[in-house]
Design a protein around this ligand. Structure first.
Ligand SMILES: [Fe+2]
Length: 333
């Protein structure tokens, strides 16, 4: 909430500064006149011992003193040399135009600015315009701003005149005390450091530009850091995608390898079974063949025994031969 209020206040002040800039834009190629008038008015007000709140308000309000020049044509505003009486009368209207532009605001800054815009060309002796006010009938804020405005206008060049030396200007101000200017305001003004006053806002401006450069540099660094972070995030995302692709490919490879190994194992097992079956078959063949031979031998022995019996040979010997022949036969025989 405090930050928001600060932003609104900053935006309000910036709006006022830009309004003042619009008013001075055509006849001050440095665009610093109004800011210098505001700064000098603040210093004079402080020197006069005015309350701090009023000092700060005049700092913001005094730059708007010539906002009514928005209603003056370029031909008249930028005319070199003396104005005709009619032209001067038109030029004087910038006080009333400015008051109209600033009128009706609830802002204390704009209310003070309206007062200053209307009366900053009044003179202490009553010879000013637009109403010929004199002395303390002229608002103090306008008496202060009138001196700050005159000092700055005389010490700086304009399209239609050259700048005058500070000592010449100060001498003119002393001579005008009690006629053009309020003597108390002149006394306060003469105590200020005028050389510094001439360049004060220039220094402020340089500081502002320096601050802006620093801000831009900070923004560049922030943008660079943001780009770096985005780049790193892209790399992380890319690496994550690569990992995901590899992870997706990995199970398929493992499964394929597992299937191949299983198939090879099955093939090897089948081959082993075939080789065992072949070996068993060959062994069975060998065993069967040996049995057949043994059977043939036994049968031959049996036949021989029977031949011997028929020939009257030893019956016991024939019986042993038959018994061995039967034991040698397989059971299925
Ligand atoms: Fe003016």
């Amino acid at each position: 909430m405090i930050e928001r209020t600060g932003e609104l206040e900053q935006a309000r002040l910036e709006t006022l500064q830009r309004l003042a800039l619009a008013a001075e834009y055509r006849d001050d190629d440095t665009h610093q006149h109004t800011e210098r008038v505001g700064h000098a008015s603040m210093l004079i007000a402080r020197q006069l011992g005015l309350p701090d709140q009023m000092v700060q308000t005049i700092r913001d309000a005094a730059p708007l003193h010539d906002v009514g020049k928005l209603g003056v044509s370029d031909g008249l505003l930028l005319k070199p040399g003396e104005l005709t009486a009619q032209e001067f009368q038109i030029m004087q209207q910038h006080t009333m135009v400015g008051a109209v532009i600033l009128a009706g605001s609830s802002s204390c800054v704009l209310q003070m600015a309206e007062q200053i815009a209307l009366t900053h060309h009044e003179r202490w002796d009553g010879s000013g315009y637009p109403d010929g006010l004199a002395g303390e009938d002229i608002p103090l804020t306008a008496r202060i701003t009138a001196l700050a405005d005159a000092f700055d206008a005389m010490t700086h060049a304009r399209p239609y005149k050259d700048a005058e030396p500070v000592d010449v200007v100060l001498a003119e101000i002393r001579r005008s005390s009690g006629t053009h200017f309020d003597p108390a305001v002149v006394t306060a003004f003469l105590t200020l450091d005028h050389v510094t006053l001439l360049h004060q806002t220039l220094s402020d401006r340089e500081q502002t530009l320096s601050d802006l450069d620093q801000t831009l540099s900070d923004l560049d660094q922030t943008a660079s850091a943001r780009d770096q972070t985005a780049s790193e995030q892209d790399e992380i995302a890319s690496a994550r995608d690569q990992d995901a692709r590899e992870e997706a490919a990995l199970p398929r490879g493992r499964a394929a390898r597992a299937r191949d190994a299983s198939a090879r194992a099955r093939d090897q097992a089948a081959d082993l079974r075939d080789r065992i079956a072949d070996a068993n078959a060959r062994e069975q063949d060998r065993w069967s063949a040996s049995r057949v031979n043994e059977s043939a031998d036994a049968e031959a022995v049996d036949y021989a025994a029977r031949d011997r019996a028929r020939a009257g040979a030893d019956p016991e010997s024939s019986a042993r031969d038959r018994g061995r022949a039967r034991q040698a036969l397989p059971e299925q025989y």
